[in-house]
Design a protein around this ligand. Structure first.
Ligand SMILES: Nc1ncnc2c1ncn2[C@@H]1O[C@H](COP(=O)(O)OP(=O)(O)OP(=O)(O)O)[C@@H](O)[C@H]1O
Ligand SMILES: [Mg+2]
Length: 371
């Protein structure tokens, strides 16, 4: 008679329980396949790639978006997007309006289904994570709460359904500065107070992975400073912190790493320092009494020269801006041709300028200008 293992495959009708020989075969075939260098087709973003490394604990908290596409009817909101978000740092998720940020975050959180590709947290889809708010905390839409409830009741209900101790509710209300307003109905909250409540909700389960969609919207300057400090602290504690925004000025002081998207596609994924080094567009302001000669020498070296609106490059003494050559090289050229310089000042491109330049071809919704 065949022996039935209490929790084996054969209970579900898959045949005999796998014995030690079967497992040995599986392990040896898998290791032969692995040692032969075989990798799955989606090598760069599939969790299998981590098999070569000693598994690191913090990889459980890595967000991986792999060849993700989301189609809404004729609109492709996200197009073959791949990136990784690591723990221990604040990662800014940047892009112009309509770039696909919210859609991507919603897919990571299992709120939308991807058309193709996948988004995982620690190698697993959100819906397969067992501990809900204790594993991932998120602020997606601060307005998406029952206005008739008090903040305290709202958080208590969430704590109960996620097996989070009741005492944590007051802790997070204090962290976000809503302790005094905890007993007021959410319907009477200002936009900034709702954002704070959304952040409290994300923090409720003390999760290792946190996602925030435009969290700085509606916060006053003190709130913005506080939130920046909070994100940095959460990252310093080893958590994965992904924060979306459409403004580089917001992320410049908040994030250390950036993922930039435009029209649903990846434009850049790098550290803020690397992004700043894109400063190919650094400008140099030059003033000389011999404009005509210097500008033609600079143009011959491949630089582009621009004057202030209304001024001509030929106007002696009028300052002009040079891109494509550094201040040192301009000084060398001027010195070699005995041209006097009154002013020579280099301006590194700001992150905002680098961002505008990178996304200029991907801005979908543009204002029509002054009216
Ligand atoms: N449910 C939907 N049905 C149809 N189109 C949608 C839907 N949700 C988003 N879109 C479209 O997908 C694109 C990406 O939208 P998404 O909200 O992800 O952009 P975003 O980067 O978050 O923009 P913003 O900075 O304005 O918040 C937009 O063109 C939007 O109109
Ligand atoms: Mg959005």
């Amino acid at each position: 008679m065949r022996r039935v293992h209490p929790r084996s495959y054969n209970q579900r009708g898959h045949g005999a329980a796998p014995g030690p020989y079967w497992w040995a075969m599986v392990v040896s075939s898998a290791s032969r396949l692995y040692n032969s260098g075989w990798q799955p087709a989606t090598r760069n973003c599939h969790p299998w790639t981590d098999l070569r490394d000693t598994p690191r604990r913090h990889d459980q908290h890595m967000i991986e978006v792999c060849e993700l596409t989301k189609q809404y009817g004729k609109k492709r909101a996200v197009n073959n997007l791949s990136f990784t978000v690591h723990p221990g740092q604040v990662t800014g998720f940047l892009g112009p309006n309509g770039a696909g940020k919210t859609t991507t975050l919603r897919i990571i959180l299992g709120l939308h289904r991807a058309t193709s590709g996948q988004a995982t947290i620690g190698g697993r889809a959100y819906r397969d994570l067992p501990r809900g708010l204790r594993h991932v905390g998120a602020l997606i839409d601060a307005g998406d709460v029952h206005g008739g409830r008090t903040a305290e009741a709202h958080l208590r209900a969430l704590a109960r359904s996620n097996a989070i101790p009741r005492s944590r509710v007051n802790d997070v209300l204090d962290i976000v500065g809503l302790g005094q307003a905890a007993g007021r109905r959410i319907g009477g909250y200002s936009l900034g107070m709702r954002q704070r409540l959304g952040i409290a909700t994300a923090l409720l389960g003390d999760p290792p992975v946190l996602l925030f969609d435009e969290p700085l919207n509606g916060l006053d300057p003190e709130g913005v400073l506080w939130v920046r400090g909070l994100f940095q602290r959460l990252a310093a504690e080893g958590r994965t912190v992904l924060v979306s925004s459409h403004l580089m000025s917001e992320m410049e002081l908040t994030a250390t790493h950036l993922i930039v998207v435009g029209r649903g596609e990846l434009l850049a994924a790098e550290s803020v320092d690397e992004f700043a080094a894109r400063g190919a567009g650094r400008r140099v302001t030059v003033r000389t009494p011999d404009n005509a000669r210097l500008t033609s020498l600079l143009s011959a070296e491949g630089a582009s020269v621009e004057t202030a609106e209304g001024a001509s490059v030929e106007t002696a003494g009028a300052s002009f801006t040079v891109t494509g050559l550094g201040a040192d090289r301009i000084a060398e050229i001027a010195f070699a041709h005995r041209i006097m310089l009154y002013e020579l000042a280099e301006h590194p491109a700001t992150l905002e300028e680098a961002f505008m330049e990178l996304t200029s071809g991907s801005v979908e919704y543009q204002a029509g200008g002054d009216r």
